[in-house]
Design a protein around this ligand. Sequence first.
Ligand code: PLP
Length: 358
Amino acid sequence: MILVTKSYLPERAKLDQYIDKIYASGWLTNRGCLLRELEQRLAKFLGVRHLILVANGSLALQVAYKALELTGEVITTPFSFAATTSTLAWEGLTPVFADIDPQSFNIDPKQIVKKISNKTSAIVPVHVFGNPCQVLEIEKIAKENNLKVIYDAAHAFDVHCNGDNILNYGDISTLSFHATKLFHTIEGGAIITSDDVIAHKVRNLINFGITGPTTIESLGTNAKMNEFEAAMGLCVLDDIEKIKVDRRSIWLYYKAKLEKYVIFQEIDEQATYNYSYVPILLENEAQLIKVEQRLKENQIIPRRYFYPSLDTLDYVTPVQFMPVSRDISSRILCLPTYSGLTVAELDRIISIVLAAII
Ligand SMILES: *Cc1c(COP(=O)(O)O)cnc(C)c1O
C-alpha cells in the first residue's frame, strides 16, 4: 500500500544515543537539554530570532492568538487544514473568510481588504503547500488598518522569499512538526517571532504562566514539547537536506510527466520552494473521484487536501460562501510523496492517473 505520505524515520542507532541521554539525565520534559539544543539549531538553520518549540501546530496558533491579544473577528483563508479555522473558533474568535487566488491557492489580498470591519483584530493567512502568500501586500494592509498578522506556516519549513526566510514576515509565524510534515518531531510545532517582548510572553503562555518556583506571572496553558520529541527532531534535522532533495526530485518527476494533463500550483517566482506536497488540480470533481478510485483500487491512497473548503463547516457562523475555495477544494488531490518512494512506484501512480483522465 502506498499512502499519501510516510513519516521520515531517522537512523535508529542515532535516535538511541539521544534516548540514552534522556535515561541518563532522567529529564523527560520542561525545557530539557535536547529541547534547548533543538531550539537553537532550528533558529540558526532557519535564520530567525526567536523560535519557541511547542506541543503541536494547533497550540502554536492558539498561543499566538493569546500572545497578540486578538479579539473579535480574524480574517483567514477557507482553503487550509481544519486547524487554521478551528483554533480561532476554539479561542472564541470569529473566523471571517477571504477567498483565495485560484492559481496560488493562497488568500487573495484584494478579498482581505473587503472583509475588514471595526471588529477585525488580525489576519491569519496560510502559505498553502509552502507557497508564500503575498506577504508585502498583506503587510501593507495590516499596517494601514492596525491589524496583527499571524502566518500559519505549517507547510513552509525552510522557504525563502525576497531573500529572507518566510517565517520572518508577520508578527508571528507558526510551524507544525507533526509526523506527516516535511520536518517533524512526531508531534510538535514552533512559534517564531523577531519581537523580544512577544517571545517572552509566549514562553510564559506555554508553561502555565509560571516564571519561577513561587511565581505565576500570567494566565497560561501547557503547550510544552518533551525530550523524546526533541530527540526525534534533532535526528530528522540532521537529514533534512536529503529529505528535501528526495521530495524535490519526486515533485519534478510528477511535474514532467503530468503537467500537460493536470494543473500544478503556481509558485511565487521570488520564492524558494520546499516541494513538500504534490497537489494536482483536475478538471472537475467527477474526474477527481475517478482518479482517486482508480488509485485506491491499486492500493494507492492520495488525499483530498484540502477538502472540504472551511467555509462549509457548520461551526462557523454566519455562513460565508467562498466560490473559488469551494471550486479548488472540489478538484484538488495530493499525490504520494516521501523519502523512499521509488521511480517504479512513481511510474505506476502516474500511469494510473493518466489512464483515468485521458
Ligand atoms: C498540520 C497543520 C496544522 C496543525 O498542526 P498540528 O501539529 O497537527 O496541530 C495547522 N495548519 C496547517 C495548514 C497544517 O497543515
